[in-house]
Design a protein around this ligand. Structure first.
Ligand SMILES: Nc1ncnc2c1ncn2[C@@H]1O[C@H](COP(=O)(O)OP(=O)(O)OP(=O)(O)O)[C@@H](O)[C@H]1O
Length: 580
């Protein structure tokens, strides 16, 4: 509950007015049975007004005046009900928007390591349906909580003033109904959590299937995927069914209790009327109050269960909001970057403890090119991750004369351009994709970058040219075209001092590959370049080449050095020469 109140910050005033409105509306609602009692007993019947003498003074025996009063009271109550709905929805929508913004901001700054551990579907669910649960609770249920408290307190007080004995009968089963609600609330909470998790898993499977549709088709995995989905879907269905079943049990049992409670009032009240201890008007008022009282008691069970669901949603959201985010230390610096890179006895292990890089040392002068060769899983991408400061390392990595760990993360990443083997393109035009990092890029700069990446002519061949929409909603580009658009959008930025090609020339033919590398060298002489590739011709013109195997540097030197010595590099070179 404390956590929920935290989210009301900034809107407590609005909620205060909403609660005041609901109090006024409830008081209006509670006045009606009193007026009915007065009309039945003292206008239609001849019972003395007693406590209601003020009504007799005001209206006498005028039944129509009392009817109009009832209409007026209910009309005013309606206006306040509307005000309550309007204000609480306004506050809830704004709070939900703030939570979504905070989550999105947090996700942007979460460490890379945390991102690799999270399931996308589950994260999406936390940002959407969990926020929706909180919005619903704040928009409707929290104010209802105020209404319930007022309704129960006032109706019991009024009933007491009418007849103490009958009131005791009228509230006899209410503690049981409350206890029942509480037990139910505790029980249902775990099931709600399980249901949320099962929904998250369902979303993950769906999302992975949609984004991996090519792989699924290529490997004929449709049946496997259907089976996998059916399994998580039926798990979700079973948990939700159990939830609905428990809810139904609760509602029907609490209905039974409320019927029993109403029955008690009716039987005891009627016998009191027969013995002359109660007027008919009071009995009608009691029955009306009883129904007004039982509704909120029953509702409290629902509210408690919604509270349970909301608590789970808040916990899930807070799990994200409490993740450590990447922060620059005040001591970290923003030096001018020229681009030389020195690795000195660098070791790195992923959190599972396995060494991914072991004792790596090399020196690359600014403006030079480093080629990296290695079998899959040998640590090539890990090495690049370290240069981007995505992980902390052991040993020393220097960029120019500065230890990498002393440079601000955002700063160094701004200076490094990374192009991946399977780049992500946005569902926008080619032009927008190339200029995505800065709206101020001129058309000529975009064309120049595209020319360097050998994609300009291809783009002009598209029907819509640079205005062609690509990405999810647009034209499907070939792997090589995507890679070249990604190269263009990276090299367009003159601020990049280091360029990293993580197998990002793999989908272009050897000749285009060479053309791009030469054009790049001409365009940005001073930019330091790292090229990861399985293709020796791509690496052969590098100033220095390192060969990785299971995290260790097993060979290093120029292309000439490496083809002169026996080793992995020469073996691959010989094999690739044969294919060519
Ligand atoms: N986030 C991670 N958590 C744990 N282990 C990881 C993680 N990422 C990579 N690894 C492991 O670290 C080792 C090196 O992986 P890396 O991705 O650097 O290889 P690579 O040489 O780039 O391979 P590829 O050519 O297939 O891309 C592998 O054994 C891999 O399983």
């Amino acid at each position: 509950m404390k956590n929920i109140f935290k989210y009301l910050k900034g809107y407590r005033g609005v909620f205060g007015i909403a609660i005041l409105s609901i109090i006024i509306a409830t008081v209006m609602q509670l006045a009606t049975p009193i007026l009915i009692k007065y009309a039945v007993d003292s206008i239609i019947g001849e019972v003395p007004a007693g406590n209601l003498q003020f009504l007799m003074d005001a209206f006498g025996k005028n039944l129509m005046a009392v009817v109009w009063l009832m209409i007026g009271i209910n009309f005013i109550g309606g206006i306040f009900l509307f005000l309550k709905g309007y204000l609480s929805s306004y506050a809830a929508e704004n709070i939900a928007q703030n939570i979504r913004d905070s989550l999105y901001r947090q996700i942007q700054y979460m460490t890379y390591e945390q991102h690799t551990k999270k399931e996308t579907g589950d994260m999406i669910q936390r940002c959407t349906s969990d926020v929706e649960t909180i919005r619903r609770f704040l928009g409707v249920q929290i104010v209802d909580l105020g209404r319930i408290v007022i309704m129960i307190t006032l109706s019991v007080a009024i009933m007491m003033s009418l007849n103490v004995r009958l009131t005791i009968y009228a509230i006899a089963l209410i503690p049981i109904l409350f206890a029942f609600s509480y037990i139910f609330f505790t029980k249902i909470q775990k099931t709600f959590k399980k249901s949320d998790e099962a929904e998250g898993t369902l979303t993950t499977v769906l999302q992975e299937n949609l984004s991996g549709v090519r792989v699924v088709r290529a490997f004929g995995r449709e049946k496997f995927e259907i089976d996998k989905f059916e399994e998580v879907n039926s798990n979700y269905r079973n948990i939700t069914y159990k939830l609905v079943e428990t809810l139904a049990m609760f509602w029907s049992s609490s209905d039974l209790l409320t019927l029993l409670q109403s029955g008690i009032v009716l039987v005891v009240g009627a016998s009191m009327v027969i013995t002359g201890n109660l007027t008919i008007g009071t009995l009608i008022a009691f029955i009306t109050y009883e129904s007004m009282l039982l509704w909120p008691v029953k509702q409290s069970g629902r509210l408690l269960s919604e509270l349970g669901k909301t608590t789970v949603a808040i916990t899930r959201i807070e799990e994200i909001l409490n993740e450590t985010i990447e922060k620059d230390l005040p001591t970290e610096i923003e030096p001018e970057i020229e681009g030389s890179i020195t690795f000195d006895h660098v070791n790195f292990a992923y959190p599972d403890g396995k060494l991914a890089l072991e004792d790596i040392s090399f020196k690359l002068e600014k403006g030079k090119t480093l080629g990296i060769l290695g079998s899959t899983g040998s640590g090539k991408s890990t090495l690049v991750h370290l240069i981007q400061r995505l992980y902390e390392y052991e040993g020393s990595i220097k960029i120019d004369d500065h230890e990498l760990s002393t440079i601000k993360k955002q700063w160094i990443r701004r200076k490094i351009g990374l192009i991946l083997q399977e780049p992500y393109l946005y569902a926008k035009t080619v032009k927008e994709n190339i200029g995505i990092t800065d709206k101020r890029y001129e058309e000529t700069q975009i064309f120049e970058a595209a020319k360097t990446a050998s994609i300009h002519d291809n783009i002009l061949e598209f029907k819509e040219g640079y205005e062609t929409i690509v990405g999810e909603k647009g034209v499907s580009l070939s792997g090589g075209q995507k890679q070249r658009v990604a190269i263009s959008r990276t090299i367009i930025d003159p601020d990049k001092r280091i360029l990293i090609f993580d197998d990002s020339l793999s989908a272009v033919d050897t000749e285009t590959d060479m053309k791009i590398r030469r054009a790049l060298k001409k365009r940005s002489k001073d930019v330091t370049t790292l090229i990861i590739s399985h293709r020796i011709t791509t690496l052969s013109e590098a100033d220095y080449i390192i060969v990785l195997d299971e995290g260790k540097m097993i060979q290093s030197g120029t292309h000439k050095d490496l083809i002169d010595e026996d080793g992995l590099y020469k073996r691959i070179w010989d094999l690739q020469k044969m294919v060519v």
